[in-house]
Design a protein around this ligand. Structure first.
Ligand SMILES: [Zn+2]
Length: 349
């Protein structure tokens, strides 16, 4: 698919959206609840690893087009499922990856909703035009906080904590170059090197302190590093971003900015950078607002926001799948990137 890109569209169009950032906003007008120690964080409403496996097995029995494969095991020997909808080898393929960081849980909740919707009339016909691969809970040990390092002062009062790193205290989203962990090896050896993947959306959460135009963002989006990504691959990543931006920004709850973070510091250990570089996959980073549990109050977002953030994941997945299936993604205009502000933190640096 990436080989068939319309090269005429590309010449001269690939510009890194240069944006002059204004000074950090000191007193952002917040919209939407924030945690800040004020609510009870109950993790019981999130799927545990076991509940997710039961859910997937049930959907697999119900849905004729769905398939499931175990691609490996976590450090603590949890099987890592890959959900597959491979309708036609000639179709373009997208991989959706959730919960590389174990405390970023609503992406998993959204992915489970999306999987269910693929078995209903709502997504009728979409699977004829696109192959879909999904890893709903990549870092299952972190998601269950079944780790060998201490977790102190975490916010959740529910039956379990959730934490960012894997059981060996490794940040899996910094391990894509060295591939020291069983989770990373499973993804690279049994997915990235086995399937002909065109697109990948890496679903995360970020701290709750980020704003655009004085309002908290619902999420931040970013493409792979322009200096280390093939021009066509990068262009298609930006088109994926365009689909997501146009689907989410008009929603009442939608407020997207360009990811700031350490985005300009290239490291092939970071999934969206390294995987685009190593496999020529058009990768895309989507960071939802706030995490499910953390020791830092500003990272956590109370569950009052769970509804729209889960919905945001579902919309992003549905609309990207549709646009790849009907090939409308190839006509997406990427110029919005030049005007999209980089998010700013309300915290003092
Ligand atoms: Zn993350």
């Amino acid at each position: 698919m990436k080989k068939q890109l319309l090269t005429a569209l590309i010449s001269g169009a690939v510009v890194l959206g240069s944006y002059t950032s204004t000074a950090p906003i000191a007193n952002a007008a917040g919209n939407g609840p924030e945690y800040q120690g004020h609510e009870t964080i109950n993790t019981q409403i999130l799927h545990s690893y076991e509940e997710m496996m039961t859910y997937l097995e049930k959907q697999n029995q119900k849905q004729a087009h769905m398939d499931m494969e175990i691609i490996g095991e976590t450090v603590k020997k949890r099987e890592i499922p890959l959900v597959k909808y491979m309708s036609n080898p000639n179709n373009p393929t997208i991989l959706y990856l959730a919960q590389q960081h174990g405390d970023e849980a609503l992406t998993t909740e959204g992915m489970l909703d999306f999987i269910k919707s693929l078995g209903t009339g709502k997504m009728k016909g979409v699977l004829d035009g696109v192959n879909i691969l999904m890893i709903p809970m990549y870092n299952a040990d972190g998601a269950m906080a079944d780790v060998d390092h201490e977790l102190e002062d975490y916010a959740a009062k529910g039956p379990r904590h959730l934490t960012r790193h894997n059981a060996n205290d490794v940040d899996l989203n910094r391990d894509h170059a060295d591939r020291t962990q069983p989770e990373t090896q499973a993804l690279h050896e049994n997915v990235l090197q086995q399937y002909d993947i065109d697109y990948m959306m890496d679903l995360h959460h970020q701290g709750a302190q980020w704003v655009k135009d004085g309002k908290y963002v619902s999420g931040a989006i970013f493409y792979p590093h322009p200096d280390y990504t093939d021009e066509d691959v990068l262009y298609q990543s930006k088109q994926l971003g365009s689909v997501i931006y146009n689907a989410i920004e008009p929603k009442g709850w939608g407020h997207l900015a360009k990811y700031a973070g350490k985005g300009s510091a290239y490291s092939p250990g970071i999934g969206v950078y390294g995987i685009a570089n190593a496999y020529d996959i058009s990768t895309f980073l989507f960071e939802m607002r706030g995490t499910a549990d953390n020791a830092n109050d500003f990272e956590v977002l109370g569950q009052k926001s769970n509804g729209y953030l889960t919905k945001q994941t579902v919309v992003a997945m549905e609309e990207t799948a549709r646009s790849i299936a009907d090939r409308s993604i190839l006509k997406e205009d990427i110029s919005f990137w030049e005007d999209l502000p980089v998010q700013e933190s309300i915290l003092e640096e």
